[in-house]
Structure formats: C-alpha cells, structure tokens
Design a protein around this ligand. Structure first.
Ligand code: HEC
Ligand code: HEC
Length: 503
C-alpha cells in the first residue's frame, strides 16, 4: 500500500469517527469538555482532506456527510431546550422507563454528571457521589422521607448541605439549567433507582415558577455589556487578585496584600456561569454577603474562653470547623461544638438573627429563673425560643435586666438590675437571690444586658465596595465577561445567543 493510500484511509476514518462522535455528542477528545466545536473541527479538517484526496464517489459521500453535519451544527446552536429530549409526558406505569428518561436528563441537560458521579470507584470530588442515593436520601434529614429529600435537593439544594460539601449545587429549575417539572420528576425517579424504590407519588413544586419569571422579567436585561472590556475590569478592579480564572494571569500572583484589601482564598471562577444565572453573579458582586459560598466565609466565634477568627470550613447542627492562620502563616483547623460557644451579653434585643444569635438566655419579668432556648423567630416586639420541645414567645421589653459590674481587678459581678446606673451614688442588684448595694466608684464599668446568647455570624471576605468604585458601564461589562466563564476553552466558546438567561 502506498503512503498516499494510507493517508486517504486515515482521513476517511477520522471523518467517519468524528462525525459519529459529534452526532452522538461524545465527550470531546482531546480539546475540551465542550462537544460542539472540537469534534466539528476534526470533522471539517477530515472533510477538506477527503475532498482533496479522494475521487468522485468518495467526494460525494464526504459532501453528503458535510451537509448532514451542517444541519446538526445549526440545530446545535439553537438554545438547548429545543433540541434536548423533550419530555412531554411520563409513563408511570413503567417506572423503570421513567428512570431511564431521568438518566438522559442527568447526563444531558441537567448537567448533573458534570459534578456528580454514580460510581463508587470514582475518586471523591467536590460533589457527593450518588451511588445508593436511593437509600441514603431517606437517612439525610430526620423526619424527611427519601422522595421529599430529593425534591428539596433539586429545588432548594442549599436548605440541607451534605456534611463536608459546599453550597455549589445550582437550583436546577432556574436558568441556565432550567429543568422542567417533568424533567425533575424523571431525574428523581432515576436517583431513586440508585439502590432504592421508585416512588411515583405526584408532588407539587415547592417553588413558584411564575413568580420567579415575573420577577426576572421586571428586571432590566443584564447582558448588554462588552465582555472584552469586562475582562479588563476584572483585572483592573483586582478581582483577579483573589479569584483564579483559567487563561488570565494574575498580575499580583504571590502577593498576599493589596493596598485596599487582604488577598484571601476565593473560589475559582472559570466555570461560574455554567451553573449559576446572571442574577446570582450580579448579586455576588453587589452584595457579596447575601449568599456565602460554603468554605469561604469569615467568622469570629468565642468558645471555651478563646476567640477564634478565621474561615468557616463546614458547619452542621452540632459543630463547626474553623480554619485559622497563626501570625507566621501556619493554618490550623479547629472543631468546635456549638454547645461550647460562650454566652455573649446582648445589650439591645434587635435583629438578633441578623447578628448571628442562635440561642438566647433571658429572664422574663414574671419569672425567677432565666430561660434558654434556640432562637426560632423574632418580630420587633417579641422573640420565639424553642425551650425543650415547645416554642415559647417572649416580649422583648418584659425582660429582667442584668447588670455586669467590672472592678479594677477585672473581677465581674453579675446580677439582676434593680436600680441605679454608673452615674448614681449606688447601684442595687439581686445576686444569687439577695439584694445587694454597690458603689459605682469601686467599679470601672457597668453594662446592662437584656439577655445573653451564643452566636455564629458568617460574613464574606470579599470587599463590599465594588458597587461604589465601579461605574454602571464597568459593572455591565464585568457581568458580560463573567457570563462567558462556562469552563469551555476561550477559543471555542460559541457566540452568546444574546438572550438574557432569565427566562
Ligand atoms: C455545580 C455542581 C453541581 C451540579 C451541576 C449538580 N449538583 Fe447536586 N450537589 C452538588 C453539591 C456540591 C452537593 C452537596 C451539597 C448540597 O447538599 O447541596 C450536591 C447534592 C446533591 C444531592 C444530595 C446528595 C446526598 O448525598 O444527599 C442530590 C440528590 C443531587 N445533588 C442531585 C443532583 C442532580 C439530579 C443534578 C442535576 C439535575 C445535580 N445534583 C446537579 C453539586 C452539583
Ligand atoms: C479580597 C478577595 C476578593 C476580591 C478582591 C474579590 N472577591 Fe469575589 N469572592 C471572594 C470570596 C472569599 C468569595 C467567597 C465567599 C462569598 O461567597 O462571598 C467570593 C465570591 C465571589 C463570587 C461567587 C462565587 C461562587 O462560586 O458562587 C463571584 C461571582 C465573585 N466573587 C466575583 C468577584 C468579582 C467580579 C470581583 C471583582 C469585582 C471579586 N469577586 C473580587 C473574594 C474576593
């Protein structure tokens, strides 16, 4: 066989293989994780080589394949929902078939497979493996059955975070993934088939799509900016000092301080737009504290008489893990039980939840002993605590004041306040059941507290001044740039369709 024939055959094989791979949507080899373009590029190269090398019959075949490819390619450019398997009905008489449709959604439009594995031998990643989720779902939240848990996982994934994992999972019913109710039902059937029983009971969506759609429609479109200019803003506004993005070099790499803020570990943003809608990205820049990516929040907690200041690594109902850095840069992780938190005095009973209080101890005016409980809810006038098993509501004004006196040896005296302030001649407190009189002259400070409580307040270490320092044009360009960060290699990002993703 001549060398020429070998090249001919090789290019024919390349053409057929890349054509099939493209049509089948095979994961791309070797360029990137985007299917659309890489296989098309191989295919086109092969088409050209084939047209040059082969004679008429093979040329005709090549040409026909190229025409089919062209139609498929154009169809692929139309937004996903119109080409994806369109579920119009689920046949619950055959739950296994529903689960199979769910598997298609899982691996396709739902993008679940981009994060989750269903394979026990897979290396542990940043998202939980879903092998046996059909059984595990029933064990996650006490009192919640498997189906209810899975429904919540799809619609409100942040309500319950699997211990050890961050708030990464998108609300898959919202853009850009935008699964329909039927698609979600099918996916849930598929998840239940992983080790469990498929439960065909119908359910109501725990969200209001219409509401979200009207709210989104009322907002001005976000994607009117220029992404190239936005990329410049990203660098100039120093977003790049904290956030890595594939393809952009940080000019400040290695620096730990910037003149305006301390450089901290922050999420990689290379794929941020693949799983989050534009409203979330906008909010992340305008109000960084609104939703804090788990594992990145800054906390200060007082426990066991010590103050821990650092990054909140994880949190569950019993404990938190905080990462602190010593002065010489050594990182340490501390596991602290919520019950070990110190009670901090509360001077004003306002916005308790916003201040991070989760338990409260107060003495109602008509009671002798203090009451402690978990903070359930509050209004301007009242707080509701879970005391034992019952919820009890207390008036914020009908509480006995406590006063803490600190003398010049830093000794504290705490008691129920009867009368007097630091400006008077005497202060009367009830300490351990007996009324005592104190001379303010002997004390360096006296603070009145209405209650005490344990608190955990997580804040974002991301600076909050961007809305002030960036012009509106900068911000629109920046958002437009962020919207291009879908994880696909920069060269092969298909042209944006120009629609606002908020549908
Ligand atoms: C961007 C990554 C990402 C995508 C996309 C994603 N998830 Fe998740 N998912 C996570 C993470 C991280 C968690 C763990 C934190 C939590 O509970 O929210 C999680 C949790 C879950 C859980 C709870 C698991 C358990 O062990 O209790 C289920 C079920 C789940 N995802 C299903 C799905 C399905 C179905 C899809 C597609 C429709 C999907 N996820 C898409 C990241 C993702
Ligand atoms: C001082 C470091 C720092 C700077 C500067 C900074 N960020 Fe952040 N950013 C963070 C941290 C830490 C988080 C995670 C905590 C949170 O969710 O607020 C975060 C979160 C985000 C998120 C959400 C990420 C996710 O995975 O959900 C986006 C989007 C974002 N930043 C964009 C920007 C943009 C755009 C700029 C520049 C205008 C910027 N950041 C500047 C530290 C920084």
């Amino acid at each position: 066989m001549s060398r020429n024939t070998l090249i001919k055959i090789a290019s024919l094989i390349l053409m057929v293989v890349s054509f099939i791979a493209y049509i089948a949507g095979a994961s791309a080899f070797p360029i990137a994780s985007e299917n659309l373009l890489p296989w098309s590029v191989w295919f086109l190269i092969a088409v050209i080589v084939n047209i040059v090398l082969w004679t008429s019959v093979m040329r005709l075949l090549t040409f026909s394949l190229a025409v089919i490819w062209f139609y498929a390619f154009v169809a692929g450019l139309v937004p996903e929902s119109s080409t994806a398997v369109n579920l119009t009905e689920l046949d619950w008489s055959d739950p296994e078939a529903v689960a199979e449709q769910g598997a298609l959604v899982f691996n396709g439009k739902g993008q679940c497979a981009a994060c989750h594995t269903v394979d026990t031998s897979a290396p542990p990643g940043r998202c939980p493996d879903l092998t046996d989720i059909g059984v595990n779902a029933a064990t996650r939240v006490p009192g919640m059955d498997a189906k209810a848990y899975l429904i919540e996982s799809m619609y409100q994934p942040a309500n319950y975070l699997v211990p050890g994992y961050g708030k990464i999972m998108p609300e898959v019913w919202k853009a850009p993934i935008a699964l329909s109710k039927l698609e979600i039902e099918a996916v849930i059937a598929y998840l239940q088939s992983q080790g469990g029983e498929i439960d065909p009971t119908p359910f109501d969506e725990p969200i209001d799509r219409a509401d979200v759609a009207t709210a989104a429609a009322a907002l001005p479109p976000l994607l009117t900016g220029d992404s190239e200019l936005g990329k410049k803003v990203f660098v100039d506004a120093a977003c790049i000092s904290c956030h890595a993005v594939t393809g952009i070099e940080s000019p400040a790499a290695g620096e730990t301080t910037n003149e305006d803020f301390e450089v901290v570990t922050a999420p990689d943003l290379s794929e941020i737009a693949a799983f989050n809608d534009m409203r979330y990205l906008e909010e992340s820049v305008l109000v960084p504290g609104a939703q804090i990516v788990s594992g990145y929040g800054a906390v200060t907690v007082r426990a066991k008489g010590t103050t821990f200041q650092g990054t909140l690594v994880s949190q569950d109902e019993e404990k938190i893990v905080v990462r602190t850095k010593t002065a010489d840069g050594v990182e340490e992780e501390h596991t602290i039980l919520l019950s070990e938190f110190d009670d901090e005095p509360i001077e004003e009973l306002t916005d308790l939840a916003a201040k991070g209080y989760f338990t409260l101890t107060l003495t109602p005016a008509d009671a002798d002993a203090p009451v402690s409980g978990q903070l359930v809810s509050e209004t301007d006038e009242t707080v509701t605590l879970k005391v034992g098993d019952e919820a009890r509501t207390f008036s914020k004004t009908d509480v006995k004041m406590q006063m803490t006196l600190v003398d010049y040896d830093d000794e504290e005296t705490v008691g129920e306040h009867v009368s007097g302030t630091m400006d008077d001649f005497e202060i009367v407190l009830i300490v351990d059941g007996t009324e005592e009189t104190y001379d303010p002259f002997d004390y360096q400070s006296g603070t009145m507290t209405r209650a005490s409580g344990k608190r955990l307040l997580v804040t974002s270490p991301m600076p909050e001044n961007f809305p002030i320092i960036l012009s509106v044009a900068d911000l629109t360009n920046l958002l437009s740039f962020l919207s291009t960060l879908t994880g696909a290699t920069a060269e092969v990002v298909p042209e944006e369709t120009g629609d606002t993703p908020a549908e």
